[in-house]
Design a protein around this ligand. Sequence first.
Ligand code: NAD
Ligand code: UDX
Length: 432
Amino acid sequence: MRVGVIGAGYVGLTSAVCLAERGHHTVCVDVDEARVRQLSSGVATIDEPDLPELLERGLRTDTLRFTTSYRALADRDVVFVCVSTPSMPDGSADLRAVDAAVGELATVLRAGAVVAVKSTVPVGTTRRLADRLRPNGIHVVSSPEFLRESHAIGDFRHPDRILIGSDDDTGEGGPADLVASLYPPGRVLKMSPESAELAKYASNAFLAVKISYTNSLAELCARVGADITDVTRCMGADMRIGAHFLQAGPGWGGSCLPKDTAALLHTGREYGVALPEVQSARTTNAAQAVRIADAVGRTIGTPTTEARVAALGLTFKAGTSDVRDSPSLTVCGELIARGAQLTAYDPRLAAIDGEMLRAAAIVGVDDPYLATKGADAIVVLTEWPQFCELDWARIAEQAPGAVVVDTRNLLDAAMLRELGLTYLGNGTGGGF
Ligand code: NAD
Ligand code: UDX
């Protein structure tokens, strides 16, 4: 099959290398010339396990190529649209990149080709795009993506579900089947474009609700002397609830959950449906930085304005260098706004977007011992397993009596207390 992918970001690049791995001749188009140049020379532009190897193999076997030219898509059977759909100030999804991509496709694709929209787009978008391309004989289906960053290749290879939203055909062998056949074997769910578009937002919003509920429970646990890890261990053992997405933390972030909950609420407002559960999850999430900074403030012996704080972890979760909408940056920002002198360390500091750190006025250092030296408080923000392997005896010597605020409940509380550090877990005994 001759396949095209538009957008070489997390979703597009992952899809392109995996489609090539499956033997499809794949052309990936991006407007970012520098990115296309790097990828064409075999340099992976995002941090994902297995991606460099698949990229190298695709280029070497000529099953994969990158270009800035839409003309290279003229002979494609199926083209996946994977461009960004960021938040507008009112919370709605910015569809300019999707519309620009589809505008270009209208001029190059042949009749009979299928466009599959992988970008997360609000209800009604696929049908609008289908109406636009129908006169050219081009079909449009919705095929939302569910991959997680840091597990992107694995998620593509072993999807929980393959979602195809289309009403162009109800029978076998139509555009929906053609698109489904490109994915690895998996559970294919076919529905209308509207249901598929909404199902994507509904899934991400449900994950956000689950985490916010856990973070609210963690706050209650700390007040009543319960332990959130035990509470969620019990909840997760109930098959109806499920054990995933019940980890307390500094709040949910990343490039999807924040913008997708905002866009879902926007759609709700357009149609007169309030979705208070989603609104409440966002309100709880926005309160986490204040909760964490308050815990630091009331536990260290000095006013926050005179405190030295070390932040461990800047990325929005472990296993990635992505800091887009990272709760770690929000917590750092809150502490800096309260006058703390903050130094941050992240294992992927070298790969992190320096512009985002500068915008948040965060000083990053490439050595955890330098970051924590002389600190009054050490705040663990990302669940990097490397933080457990640090020489905590050395840190305790360099920052005697420091308060460790472990927002991810990652570290060994007993060991740290033995070393003379004050340990505060998130929703655990003696914590915050
Ligand atoms: P990204 O920002 O990493 O990548 C988008 C790419 O599209 C960039 O390389 C950009 O240069 C390119 N682009 C923008 N406009 C273009 C155009 N007109 N023509 C060609 N290329 C263009 O974005 P992403 O994280 O891959 O997300 C893409 C979409 O997939 C979004 O709608 C997002 O919500 C959704 N999604 C993302 C994830 C994730 O984990 N990141 C998971 C599921 C779904
Ligand atoms: C998410 C969805 O999981 C994925 O299906 C969708 O396609 C894209 O958006 P991603 O943004 O990669 O994926 O991150 P995810 O693993 O969902 O984590 C989101 C945020 O929630 C992170 O900040 C993470 O640290 C936080 N989180 C997650 C928790 O705080 N607790 C948990 O139990 C799980």
